[in-house]
Design a protein around this ligand. Sequence first.
Ligand SMILES: C[S@@+](CC[C@H](N)C(=O)[O-])C[C@H]1O[C@@H](n2cnc3c(N)ncnc32)[C@H](O)[C@@H]1O
Length: 296
Amino acid sequence: MALSVVSYRWPAHHELLTARQDLRYAGVMSESGRPGEQVYDRWLLLGEKRNEVLALWEVQQYGRDSFGDPDYVSIYGLRPREWYERGVRILGRTAVECTRDRLAALIGHDIAAVAQTAPAASPIVADLFAGSANTLYWIKRHVGARRAIGFELDDAVFDLAWRNIAIMALDIDLRHDDYQRGLQALGQSGEDLLIVFVAPPWGHALTGKSGLDLRRTQPPVAEIVDVTTAAFGSHKLLFAIQVFQTVEPDSLAEVTARFPWSALKVYDVNAPGHNHGLLLATSGWTVTRTPALPRS
Ligand SMILES: C[S@@+](CC[C@H](N)C(=O)[O-])C[C@H]1O[C@@H](n2cnc3c(N)ncnc32)[C@H](O)[C@@H]1O
């Protein structure tokens, strides 16, 4: 098993912003849309506003309050004002959980770089935990996948994402199902390379002390890998697992031990200490020439 760690350096104005207390200021909008004291952070959007459809100003306020950028939740290649004007809508939880354009584009780019080294010619992509389907959109776009299939279990998240996909004409097959049942129903796909994107809810898996514990995501990452390889073990698989910049080492080792090749990447696009990463891993084939993992 080869594990390489590559880190992008992307100095940004975000670096000037530190703890979220620093971002609290008076004069933000209240729930009613009038100036108030309410801070739009992940706790508000994953709690009280979890299943509420957000107004445009709320999406922008979340970006402003939490990241110093009203356009933070850019998805499907559009800024919030642009996607909102087209009729796209998201829930509070999805604003937090979605992988925004800037990161999703980098992820798509790196997956494509590895996929190009695979012997199979025609990849298909499955996002097991699709959410907004924005990551799936960017992976499909970079990889040039023949098919893009996503599974989303939650009723309200699915309904909105399905509608958004139609509005944006994204050519994504979003299925309202549990990932495990969805995989079983996929059927076999000949000699194709199956790219499997894995970003399950983190729940309480992320702690400041040891980082993201891949054993505590819901479901655990190793379980997701085992379910997928049991269903498609005879195929060439490329796993792309979204992680945090720090990953609990034993939980990482437990996952990487399952693969002949893996590589870990961290994207410095947020403030220090708030960045995500990607664990790329092959099953049924191995990377023989090191892919250049370029910057988008
Ligand atoms: C972290 S979010 C994914 C965000 C996504 N990458 C995006 O760009 O929007 C995880 C999603 O998985 C969904 N989910 C949770 N358990 C699931 C399961 N067993 N099968 C399919 N979807 C599931 C949740 O409802 C949530 O929308």
